[in-house]
Design a protein around this ligand. Structure first.
Ligand code: SF4
Ligand code: FES
Length: 161
């Protein structure tokens, strides 16, 4: 079940929807957009009991306190991971303020804040995104590791799950 009315990734009505995997828990539901996942770091290292690439499903939202799960999801720089609570206590992820943009050494644009990202799915309200800085991505405006930003350890990321 999802709560698109308060989900920061919700799209403009009528637009094609991105493919999301949803992992529903008692106190929090985690969604995962495989095409947006870029590196195996924050989720699996931050909360290995919840995010475990060797397990199916690889996300178990009830394996930790909902607030802790939300805190680790917010570390996901690409925005591949999002969360929402049950509709009755729905709280959208608070955006960082002020909004920040930085170009990292790999050439990606790392953006956090109160965002409207326009792409193939229309205008998406988001709080975190890694945008393509090289022009090679097939998932514009997001980076998809098609360009020189790709890293050898990409085979370990959950987008392969
Ligand atoms: S979902 Fe992907 S991009 Fe996000 S923290 Fe986990 S490995 Fe990194
Ligand atoms: S910066 Fe990663 S594909 Fe362009």
């Amino acid at each position: 079940m999802s709560d698109r009315a308060t989900d920061p990734t919700s799209e403009r009505a009528g637009d094609e929807k991105p493919r999301l995997k949803e992992y529903e828990g008692e106190g929090i539901t985690v969604t995962f957009e495989p095409r947006r996942c870029l590196h195996a770091a924050e989720c699996v290292h931050g909360l290995p009991e919840v995010f475990d690439l060797s397990r199916r499903p690889w996300v178990l939202p009830d394996a930790a306190e909902p607030a802790r799960v939300a805190e680790v999801v917010r570390r996901c720089p690409s925005g591949a991971l999002q969360y929402h609570h049950r509709p009755e206590d729905a709280v959208a992820e608070p955006p960082d303020s002020p909004t920040t943009v930085r170009r990292n050494p790999a050439g990606q644009l790392v953006v956090r804040g109160d965002l409207v990202v326009t792409g193939a799915y229309g205008d998406r309200h988001e709080t975190r995104a890694m945008l393509c800085g090289c022009g090679a991505s097939g998932n514009q405006p997001y980076c998809d590791h098609s360009g020189p930003c790709a890293e050898p350890e990409d085979d370990d990321v959950p987008e392969k799950r």
